[in-house]
Design a protein around this ligand. Sequence first.
Ligand SMILES: [Zn+2]
Length: 302
Amino acid sequence: MIFANLHDDIGNDLFDHKDTEPNRLDTFHYPRFHQGNMRFSAIVCCFDGNQDWEMMKQTVRYAEKCILENRYFSFGSNKEIQVFIAVEGLCGITEDPEEKIEWLYAHHVRMASLCWNDENALACGAKKGNKPLTDLGKRVIHTMNTVGMAVDTSHCCEWNFYDIAKESIKPIIASHSNVKALYNHYRNLSDPQLQVIKEKNGLVGAIPVRWFVKKKEDNATLEDFINILIYLKEKIGIEHMALGFDFMDYIEGMEDSNVVGMKDITKIQNIADALKHYSFTPEEIEKICYRNAYDFMQKYLR
Ligand SMILES: [Zn+2]
């Protein structure tokens, strides 16, 4: 089975290694992608609230340069793996949002969330509080709709979520979130939120990182994660399901972040095998693992 991933913080990883491993995309990431059969991925640049606009530009520009100059990854379909840049947290935008979103778009950013766990001039993270979207945040959503950038609601608080759903005339994505009904984590989605994503023809990228899967995170297994996919299928249907892996195993100290039974990107076929075991049809498995995310994003990648 081939796979697509709506969330992977590789943009930051590349930037962190820019002096020591300038070819890290090819030398480190490619063999892993190839082994897992990952064919389509977000290259995420995450900004946690402490970065200004200059720092954001530097990070995005470097990720763009790496993608343009490597051997196996491409913004188009001419190499083995197709990617796009996603930004997680727009804390560097405190004025002129239209101009700045246009700059990001011009540098291959095709998906963005307004905040990470922080509160900034645009939005408020679910970990930080529960507040309305700011006027500047609304202008960002309108501009994203206009230029053609997918709106990601993972990380924002509930109040922001409903404001974004109201402001955005395009479908919304929760690129890496699970469901509150199975585990009440502040980053997981309530049933009414899932319903809104479905009604807006959006996508939920389920995340197999232990601490979003169940309360006793140390024991979270691939089966626990499959339970989330079963729940999503019943609640919103296959058409609105995808995967947002958020791999962290390549970050020092985070090696065991994934559920037991799928330790890193090289073991993602285990998800397809487990879905088959739980009576998902080959067509359903292909949609969850690859097709839905790929089709959704293609509209933005022209
Ligand atoms: Zn995140």
